[in-house]
Design a protein around this ligand. Structure first.
Ligand code: RIB
Length: 296
Protein backbone atom coordinates (compact mmCIF):
# COMPACT_ATOMS: atom_id res chain seq x y z
CA UNK A 1 0.00 0.00 0.00
CA UNK A 2 1.45 3.37 -1.03
CA UNK A 3 1.86 5.75 1.90
CA UNK A 4 0.90 9.40 1.43
CA UNK A 5 3.06 12.00 3.13
CA UNK A 6 2.55 15.78 3.20
CA UNK A 7 5.61 17.89 4.04
CA UNK A 8 5.35 21.53 5.08
CA UNK A 9 8.79 23.09 5.05
CA UNK A 10 11.79 24.79 3.55
CA UNK A 11 13.47 24.42 0.17
CA UNK A 12 17.10 25.58 -0.14
CA UNK A 13 20.00 25.46 -2.50
CA UNK A 14 22.95 24.10 -0.51
CA UNK A 15 26.32 25.70 -1.28
CA UNK A 16 28.69 23.08 0.08
CA UNK A 17 32.40 23.65 0.66
CA UNK A 18 34.65 20.78 1.72
CA UNK A 19 37.42 21.92 4.04
CA UNK A 20 40.30 20.24 5.89
CA UNK A 21 38.90 21.68 9.14
CA UNK A 22 36.50 24.42 10.25
CA UNK A 23 38.07 27.91 10.03
CA UNK A 24 38.62 29.97 13.16
CA UNK A 25 37.19 33.54 13.18
CA UNK A 26 39.49 35.63 10.95
CA UNK A 27 41.15 32.57 9.37
CA UNK A 28 41.21 31.98 5.59
CA UNK A 29 41.46 28.36 4.50
CA UNK A 30 42.05 26.70 1.15
CA UNK A 31 39.01 24.47 0.57
CA UNK A 32 39.09 21.01 -1.02
CA UNK A 33 35.97 21.18 -3.17
CA UNK A 34 32.69 22.98 -3.79
CA UNK A 35 29.28 21.73 -4.97
CA UNK A 36 25.84 23.26 -5.35
CA UNK A 37 23.20 20.69 -4.38
CA UNK A 38 19.48 20.77 -3.55
CA UNK A 39 18.60 20.90 0.13
CA UNK A 40 16.33 22.47 2.73
CA UNK A 41 14.80 20.39 5.48
CA UNK A 42 11.33 20.31 3.91
CA UNK A 43 12.58 19.42 0.44
CA UNK A 44 15.02 16.85 1.83
CA UNK A 45 12.28 15.11 3.80
CA UNK A 46 10.01 15.17 0.75
CA UNK A 47 12.71 13.64 -1.48
CA UNK A 48 13.65 10.98 1.08
CA UNK A 49 9.99 9.96 1.52
CA UNK A 50 9.44 9.84 -2.25
CA UNK A 51 12.52 7.64 -2.76
CA UNK A 52 11.19 5.28 -0.09
CA UNK A 53 8.07 4.84 -2.20
CA UNK A 54 5.65 7.37 -0.70
CA UNK A 55 3.34 9.68 -2.63
CA UNK A 56 4.51 13.10 -1.45
CA UNK A 57 3.05 16.61 -1.53
CA UNK A 58 5.27 19.54 -0.52
CA UNK A 59 4.01 22.86 0.83
CA UNK A 60 6.67 25.58 0.60
CA UNK A 61 8.06 28.51 -1.36
CA UNK A 62 10.78 29.17 -3.94
CA UNK A 63 11.98 32.41 -5.50
CA UNK A 64 11.64 33.06 -9.23
CA UNK A 65 15.40 32.83 -9.69
CA UNK A 66 17.84 30.37 -11.21
CA UNK A 67 18.13 28.36 -7.97
CA UNK A 68 14.35 28.29 -7.72
CA UNK A 69 14.01 26.90 -11.26
CA UNK A 70 16.65 24.21 -10.64
CA UNK A 71 15.14 23.20 -7.30
CA UNK A 72 11.61 23.09 -8.73
CA UNK A 73 12.72 20.91 -11.65
CA UNK A 74 14.65 18.57 -9.32
CA UNK A 75 11.68 18.08 -6.99
CA UNK A 76 9.41 17.45 -9.96
CA UNK A 77 11.82 14.77 -11.24
CA UNK A 78 11.47 13.04 -7.84
CA UNK A 79 7.73 12.82 -8.52
CA UNK A 80 6.76 15.22 -5.71
CA UNK A 81 3.47 17.11 -5.98
CA UNK A 82 4.40 20.81 -6.07
CA UNK A 83 0.89 22.28 -6.41
CA UNK A 84 1.38 24.02 -3.05
CA UNK A 85 4.88 25.41 -3.67
CA UNK A 86 4.42 29.14 -4.29
CA UNK A 87 6.89 31.22 -6.34
CA UNK A 88 6.79 34.85 -5.11
CA UNK A 89 8.61 37.06 -7.62
CA UNK A 90 10.06 39.59 -5.18
CA UNK A 91 12.40 37.32 -3.23
CA UNK A 92 15.25 34.90 -3.83
CA UNK A 93 15.19 31.18 -3.03
CA UNK A 94 16.47 29.96 0.32
CA UNK A 95 20.15 29.07 0.55
CA UNK A 96 22.32 27.18 3.01
CA UNK A 97 26.06 27.83 3.12
CA UNK A 98 27.51 24.58 4.39
CA UNK A 99 31.06 23.73 5.37
CA UNK A 100 31.88 20.02 5.63
CA UNK A 101 35.00 18.92 7.50
CA UNK A 102 35.72 15.46 8.84
CA UNK A 103 32.14 14.28 8.25
CA UNK A 104 30.72 17.12 10.43
CA UNK A 105 29.06 20.25 9.10
CA UNK A 106 28.41 23.90 9.90
CA UNK A 107 25.40 25.55 8.23
CA UNK A 108 24.12 29.11 7.77
CA UNK A 109 20.61 29.21 6.33
CA UNK A 110 19.16 32.31 4.66
CA UNK A 111 15.40 31.59 4.54
CA UNK A 112 14.47 34.15 1.80
CA UNK A 113 11.37 32.66 0.07
CA UNK A 114 10.92 30.16 2.92
CA UNK A 115 9.96 33.11 5.14
CA UNK A 116 6.90 33.62 2.89
CA UNK A 117 5.15 30.38 3.87
CA UNK A 118 1.97 31.54 5.62
CA UNK A 119 -0.88 30.01 7.64
CA UNK A 120 -3.17 30.87 4.70
CA UNK A 121 -0.96 28.84 2.36
CA UNK A 122 -1.05 25.90 4.76
CA UNK A 123 -4.83 26.22 4.97
CA UNK A 124 -5.06 26.26 1.17
CA UNK A 125 -3.18 22.94 1.14
CA UNK A 126 -5.88 21.42 3.39
CA UNK A 127 -6.71 18.78 0.74
CA UNK A 128 -3.10 17.58 0.60
CA UNK A 129 -2.87 17.35 4.38
CA UNK A 130 -6.30 15.70 4.70
CA UNK A 131 -5.27 13.02 2.20
CA UNK A 132 -1.99 12.27 3.97
CA UNK A 133 -1.24 9.38 6.32
CA UNK A 134 1.38 11.51 8.08
CA UNK A 135 2.37 15.19 7.93
CA UNK A 136 5.98 16.29 8.47
CA UNK A 137 6.93 19.83 9.51
CA UNK A 138 10.27 21.36 10.55
CA UNK A 139 11.33 24.81 11.74
CA UNK A 140 12.93 26.66 8.80
CA UNK A 141 9.59 28.33 8.00
CA UNK A 142 7.74 30.99 10.04
CA UNK A 143 6.41 29.91 13.42
CA UNK A 144 2.82 30.87 12.43
CA UNK A 145 2.98 28.41 9.54
CA UNK A 146 4.23 25.67 11.87
CA UNK A 147 1.40 26.41 14.28
CA UNK A 148 -1.12 26.36 11.41
CA UNK A 149 0.20 22.95 10.29
CA UNK A 150 -0.04 21.50 13.80
CA UNK A 151 -3.57 22.84 14.29
CA UNK A 152 -4.79 21.73 10.86
CA UNK A 153 -3.33 18.27 11.37
CA UNK A 154 -5.10 18.02 14.71
CA UNK A 155 -8.43 19.21 13.21
CA UNK A 156 -8.12 16.72 10.34
CA UNK A 157 -7.05 13.87 12.62
CA UNK A 158 -3.81 13.36 10.65
CA UNK A 159 -0.69 12.69 12.78
CA UNK A 160 1.93 15.43 12.54
CA UNK A 161 5.61 14.74 13.18
CA UNK A 162 7.28 17.95 14.33
CA UNK A 163 11.01 17.90 13.63
CA UNK A 164 12.08 20.89 15.78
CA UNK A 165 15.14 21.82 13.73
CA UNK A 166 16.73 24.29 13.85
CA UNK A 167 15.91 24.63 17.53
CA UNK A 168 13.69 27.47 18.73
CA UNK A 169 11.54 27.64 21.86
CA UNK A 170 7.87 26.87 21.13
CA UNK A 171 4.73 27.29 23.26
CA UNK A 172 4.09 24.07 25.20
CA UNK A 173 0.54 23.99 23.85
CA UNK A 174 1.84 23.64 20.27
CA UNK A 175 4.06 20.73 21.22
CA UNK A 176 0.99 18.95 22.53
CA UNK A 177 -0.56 19.14 19.05
CA UNK A 178 2.17 16.98 17.50
CA UNK A 179 1.93 13.17 17.40
CA UNK A 180 5.71 12.86 17.74
CA UNK A 181 8.61 15.22 18.30
CA UNK A 182 11.90 14.25 16.66
CA UNK A 183 14.61 16.46 18.17
CA UNK A 184 18.23 15.86 18.94
CA UNK A 185 19.27 16.46 22.54
CA UNK A 186 20.08 20.15 22.05
CA UNK A 187 16.76 20.77 20.27
CA UNK A 188 14.78 18.93 22.95
CA UNK A 189 16.41 21.00 25.69
CA UNK A 190 15.62 24.21 23.77
CA UNK A 191 11.99 23.17 23.30
CA UNK A 192 11.58 22.40 26.98
CA UNK A 193 13.57 25.44 28.19
CA UNK A 194 15.98 23.02 29.90
CA UNK A 195 19.75 22.79 30.26
CA UNK A 196 21.18 20.86 27.24
CA UNK A 197 23.59 19.14 29.63
CA UNK A 198 20.68 17.54 31.50
CA UNK A 199 20.34 13.75 31.16
CA UNK A 200 18.44 13.15 27.92
CA UNK A 201 16.36 10.40 29.49
CA UNK A 202 15.07 12.92 32.04
CA UNK A 203 14.28 15.34 29.21
CA UNK A 204 12.46 12.59 27.31
CA UNK A 205 10.18 11.98 30.27
CA UNK A 206 9.39 15.70 30.57
CA UNK A 207 8.17 16.10 26.98
CA UNK A 208 4.39 16.56 26.64
CA UNK A 209 4.13 14.11 23.69
CA UNK A 210 6.12 11.03 22.61
CA UNK A 211 9.65 11.82 21.50
CA UNK A 212 11.96 10.06 19.08
CA UNK A 213 15.35 11.46 20.01
CA UNK A 214 18.19 11.27 17.48
CA UNK A 215 21.71 10.78 18.89
CA UNK A 216 23.91 10.75 15.78
CA UNK A 217 26.31 7.81 15.79
CA UNK A 218 24.62 6.51 18.98
CA UNK A 219 21.35 5.94 17.10
CA UNK A 220 17.98 6.95 18.52
CA UNK A 221 15.93 6.70 21.69
CA UNK A 222 12.17 6.69 21.75
CA UNK A 223 9.55 6.68 24.41
CA UNK A 224 5.87 6.15 23.97
CA UNK A 225 4.84 4.44 27.18
CA UNK A 226 7.10 3.23 29.94
CA UNK A 227 10.88 3.38 29.76
CA UNK A 228 12.85 4.95 26.87
CA UNK A 229 14.01 2.38 24.29
CA UNK A 230 17.35 2.51 22.45
CA UNK A 231 17.84 1.77 18.73
CA UNK A 232 21.50 1.49 17.81
CA UNK A 233 22.95 3.28 14.81
CA UNK A 234 24.20 1.33 11.77
CA UNK A 235 27.92 1.36 11.21
CA UNK A 236 28.91 3.13 7.98
CA UNK A 237 31.70 5.38 6.76
CA UNK A 238 30.47 8.99 7.07
CA UNK A 239 31.15 11.29 4.10
CA UNK A 240 28.69 14.04 5.05
CA UNK A 241 26.07 14.02 7.80
CA UNK A 242 23.98 16.80 6.15
CA UNK A 243 20.43 15.53 5.62
CA UNK A 244 20.78 12.52 7.94
CA UNK A 245 18.07 13.90 10.24
CA UNK A 246 15.83 14.63 7.27
CA UNK A 247 16.17 11.09 5.94
CA UNK A 248 15.47 9.78 9.46
CA UNK A 249 12.26 11.81 9.72
CA UNK A 250 11.05 10.84 6.27
CA UNK A 251 11.60 7.12 6.91
CA UNK A 252 9.91 7.40 10.31
CA UNK A 253 6.85 8.92 8.61
CA UNK A 254 6.79 6.39 5.77
CA UNK A 255 7.12 3.34 8.05
CA UNK A 256 5.12 4.57 11.06
CA UNK A 257 2.22 2.23 10.20
CA UNK A 258 4.60 -0.72 10.88
CA UNK A 259 4.83 0.34 14.52
CA UNK A 260 7.28 2.68 16.23
CA UNK A 261 10.13 0.18 16.89
CA UNK A 262 10.26 -0.92 13.23
CA UNK A 263 9.89 2.64 11.97
CA UNK A 264 12.76 3.86 14.17
CA UNK A 265 14.99 0.95 13.10
CA UNK A 266 14.33 1.65 9.42
CA UNK A 267 14.81 5.39 10.01
CA UNK A 268 18.26 4.74 11.55
CA UNK A 269 19.19 2.51 8.61
CA UNK A 270 18.00 5.04 6.02
CA UNK A 271 19.93 7.82 7.79
CA UNK A 272 23.06 5.65 7.82
CA UNK A 273 22.86 5.19 4.06
CA UNK A 274 22.26 8.91 3.56
CA UNK A 275 25.53 9.96 5.23
CA UNK A 276 27.72 7.84 2.97
CA UNK A 277 27.67 10.48 0.17
CA UNK A 278 28.35 14.20 0.01
CA UNK A 279 25.21 16.40 -0.15
CA UNK A 280 21.91 16.13 1.68
CA UNK A 281 19.95 14.31 -1.04
CA UNK A 282 22.71 12.37 -2.85
CA UNK A 283 22.80 9.41 -0.50
CA UNK A 284 19.09 9.18 0.33
CA UNK A 285 18.19 5.54 -0.30
CA UNK A 286 15.43 4.07 -2.41
CA UNK A 287 13.19 1.44 -0.80
CA UNK A 288 15.03 -1.52 -2.41
CA UNK A 289 18.42 -0.21 -1.26
CA UNK A 290 17.12 0.15 2.29
CA UNK A 291 15.69 -3.38 2.24
CA UNK A 292 19.00 -4.79 0.98
CA UNK A 293 20.94 -2.89 3.64
CA UNK A 294 18.65 -4.15 6.41
CA UNK A 295 18.91 -7.70 5.13
CA UNK A 296 22.71 -7.66 5.37
O1 RIB B 1 18.96 19.29 7.32
C1 RIB B 1 19.89 19.63 6.34
C2 RIB B 1 19.45 20.88 5.64
O2 RIB B 1 19.50 21.95 6.54
C3 RIB B 1 20.35 21.29 4.50
O3 RIB B 1 19.99 20.70 3.27
C4 RIB B 1 20.25 22.80 4.50
O4 RIB B 1 19.55 23.31 3.42
C5 RIB B 1 19.58 23.14 5.82
O5 RIB B 1 18.30 23.53 5.61
Amino acid sequence: MVRRIAVVGSINMDLVTQAPHFPQPGETLLGEGFVTVPGGKGANQAVAAARLGAEVALVGALGRDAFGDLLHAGLRREGINLDHVQRPDDTTSGTASITVAGGENQIIVVPAANARVTPAQVESARGALAGADVVLVQMEIPLEAIEATLRLGRRLGVPVILNPAPARPLPAEWLGLARYLTPNQHELATLLGADPAEDFQVLLRRAPVPVVLTRGHEGAWYQEQGEPVHQHAFDVEVADSTGAGDTFNAALAVFLHEGLPTAVRKACAAAALAVTRLGAQQGMPRAQELDAFLAR
